[in-house]
Design a protein around this ligand. Sequence first.
Ligand SMILES: [Zn+2]
Length: 110
Amino acid sequence: MKRIDTYSSDGSLEYLDWTRGLTMCAICLEERPIEPFHVIHVGRGARKDKPDPRHRTAIPADRICHSMYHFSPKQFWKNHPKLDLWKEVFMYNLLYEQTRVIPPKDMRRP
Ligand SMILES: [Zn+2]
């Protein structure tokens, strides 16, 4: 966890840290160790510890779903035909702004 005084005023790093504290994958809804999944990529080699508004497009995803999205996109979308990544981004941002708590299971996609 970073010291709060290293954050910039855009709040993007605070949001990113919040997603790291979540425990459920936004894609498959399994309880697994998660990592931030950027819907707008910050790019390979880009600094993940630098404030960037694109961090606000991150949702929690486990390693399996995250890897499949990047390496087997066809299979990924076949497995999740109804997934709307922007809807997930919106929901997580809303929850972050309103509560900054980890969303309960019954607020998730069925
Ligand atoms: Zn998953």
